[in-house]
Write a protein that binds this ligand. Structure first.
Ligand SMILES: NC(=O)c1ccc[n+]([C@@H]2O[C@H](COP(=O)([O-])OP(=O)(O)OC[C@H]3O[C@@H](n4cnc5c(N)ncnc54)[C@H](OP(=O)(O)O)[C@@H]3O)[C@@H](O)[C@H]2O)c1
Length: 332
């Protein structure tokens, strides 16, 4: 299953609105004979890719999949059919498919005489490659990670508005790798006008990646024709609204599952106040600015009892900076 998770991670960011799934096929003796992951739409599902690699060595074998195999005819035929046709005897999967149309694959396989085990490394998959997609499948709206870079005293810009750069080159490279896995990156018009960001995925030489997330600007002001967001390197969507729910509905309608909210403080505050932040990714630089805007503005929190409490899920050192990933604590 860990190999299947790694295969899924490799394709995360290229499969939406389909889930990034990984599959490993073992032969009758337990030897790995195929590994596959979801292809970009309208490509094949992970099971089919892994079964093709395994060919006739899949007979009497085992398939290990991160998500319950689908039992329906979508753009591709049911994976349950492909598994049975290949002669697979046993299926292990981590997470049930919450989608009422595609789900039910386990029952179909069992009815066909296969042995099916579910739940192997479930939480690693739920909090790993399938996290955003499961959120999307359950709520119909994208999973939002709010990312920011701040000094140790929580400032995202200096008093005069300058902010380049707060975090290190290593942290900025890390952000490019995270952007590469997102379907869309979001900023407010304030950031677009103040910083003129490109919001593209680039390598260390500045070369743009072939696949770019959709760039989204939220707010009523227009951007000048010279703005980098209008340079054509990647698609840009300007949503002249202040309603985070409307933004998420618009992105869901475009098949966007995993969204990176890159600020600034006003837009992030509005998203947090609306309950539209599902993960916080903070890069903390060992620097102090004293004055200047804080990472969040206008989040509607006036007293300590209303603080949004988070659970830290990961802390990493990136160059000289700290990267903290945290999720809102579940209530009740
Ligand atoms: N260090 C970091 O991680 C980081 C990241 C981003 C930005 N920054 C810094 O943040 C500063 C910009 O801050 P900012 O707060 O002006 O940026 P912002 O949050 O990107 O933009 C704010 C603007 O977005 C629009 N908007 C969209 N939805 C809104 C809502 N629900 N409520 C209110 N306004 C909404 C409004 O403009 P309209 O009038 O056009 O509607 C508002 O003025 C810059 O100095 C930038 O360098 C730092």
């Amino acid at each position: 299953m860990r190999r299947a998770i790694a295969a899924a991670e490799e394709v995360r960011g290229s499969t939406s609105p389909n889930p990034p799934v990984g599959c490993v096929v073992l032969d009758a003796g337990g030897e790995q004979v195929g590994v596959g992951a979801t292809e970009p739409p309208p490509g094949w599902h992970a099971e089919v890719v892994a079964l093709r690699q395994a060919a006739d060595r899949a007979a009497d074998g085992t398939a290990v999949v991160t998500l319950e195999p689908c039992a329906h005819h979508g753009r591709t035929p049911p994976c349950t059919d492909a598994l049975r046709a290949a002669g697979i005897r046993t299926v292990h999967f981590a997470v049930e498919d919450p989608n009422p149309v595609a789900g039910g694959g386990a029952a179909v396989l069992r009815a066909g005489g296969l042995t099916v085990h579910q739940g192997l490394l479930r939480s690693e998959v739920e909090n790993g490659p399938l996290r955003a997609w499961l959120h999307f499948a359950r709520t119909g709206t994208p999973f939002v990670t709010w990312k920011f870079a701040a000094t140790l005293d929580g400032r995202v810009a200096a008093a005069d508005g300058t902010s380049r750069w707060i975090s290190s080159a290593q942290s900025r490279a890390d952000v490019h790798a995270i952007r590469a896995k997102a379907d869309a990156v979001l900023v407010g018009t304030g950031t677009a006008l103040a910083d003129d960001p490109a919001l593209t995925v680039r390598d260390e030489h500045g070369t743009a990646a072939s696949r770019q997330p959709l760039r989204v600007v939220v707010g009523r002001r227009d951007l000048p024709g010279s703005a980098r967001l209008r340079d054509g390197t990647a698609r840009t969507l300007h949503l002249a609204t202040h309603d985070p729910h409307e933004v998420l509905r618009a992105l869901a309608g475009r098949g966007m599952v995993d969204v990176l909210l890159e600020g600034g403080p006003t837009l992030a505050g509005a998203f947090l106040a609306a309950g539209c932040v599902h993960r916080v990714l903070g890069y903390l630089a060992p620097a102090l600015l004293g004055d200047g805007p804080a990472a969040l503005a206008g989040a509607g929190i006036g007293t300590i009892d209303d603080a949004v409490r988070l659970e830290i899920e990961d802390v990493a050192t990136i160059g000289p900076d700290l990267r903290i990933s945290a999720v809102p604590r579940s209530r009740g």
